[in-house]
Design a protein around this ligand. Structure first.
Ligand code: AMP
Length: 226
């Protein structure tokens, strides 16, 4: 009995001495930011469809952004880790569908992905490399059937106005987490549902409750057609 207790103590001491604590990733959580293309395009700046054609009418990815709990975020963390298209060649056709560029002039998307990797992705290098950054972001997006959740709740992209709280409630009920919502302005100054932010743990695998759930929208917002 005493020998067993002694072995257990030795095991605990050994583990305490030789297991290293988890590495600090250098940020507190990620925002997975999804974008409604109808809102991105319905502004004074307008938009250009990618060379592959008009994206499907669905939420696209804007980015996966490391953030701090105090509301600030790191950016452009490693100028030596430049975007390398050859590392994501197996993902390009999926990125074109789910992470579509809408900037002008019309292009394939590499410029947008490069911007997102260099500004945000390089700040999560301790967690994943470039391929992992794009692969994990695509996988996270696939876990939220956002447009279906909204449509099931009668909230559709038909240029109608909806209550912000109804949109948030529908997502909380359909997905289990409350998002943060940002709006833009169309040329007539209507505030529109533009981006929906979900919070994700620092390993980019589990959704979490957002530490600072502050929306950037009025209470009544338009869901633009696309
Ligand atoms: P960020 O710097 O990651 O906050 O993203 C903002 C930049 O991304 C701005 O220059 C936007 O014009 C650009 N952007 C946002 N959405 C898209 C999109 N769907 N396609 C191309 N550029 C975009």
């Amino acid at each position: 009995m005493i020998a067993n207790v002694w072995s257990l103590l030795k095991l605990l001491m050994f583990q305490g001495l030789f297991t290293s604590p988890p590495q600090d990733p250098g940020f507190d959580f990620f925002y997975l930011t999804l974008q409604w293309p109808g809102a991105y395009c319905d502004t004074k700046r307008s938009c250009c469809y990618p060379t592959t054609g008009k994206p499907t009418a669905d939420f696209g990815i804007h980015g996966l952004w490391p953030n701090y709990n105090n509301g600030s975020y790191p950016s452009n963390c490693d100028p030596n880790n430049e975007f390398d298209p050859s590392e994501i060649s197996d993902l390009v056709s999926t990125l074109q569908k789910k992470w579509p560029t809408l900037s002008c002039p019309s292009n394939e998307g590499y410029k947008f992905w490069e911007h997102e990797w260099e500004k945000h992705g390089t700040c999560s290098e301790s967690v994943m490399d470039q391929h992992g950054y794009f692969e994990k972001t695509l996988a996270l997006r696939d876990r939220i059937n956002l447009l279906q959740i909204l449509t099931d709740a009668g909230i559709e992209p038909n240029d109608e106005f909806y209550e912000l709280k109804d949109i948030k409630n529908a997502i909380e009920e359909g997905f289990g987490f409350t998002p943060v919502i940002h709006c833009n302005r169309d040329p007539e100054k209507n505030r529109q549902l533009h981006e929906i932010f979900f919070c994700v743990d620092t390993s980019a695998t589990e959704f979490i409750n957002c530490p600072r759930p502050r929306d950037g929208c009025p209470s009544h917002i338009q869901f633009a057609k696309f």
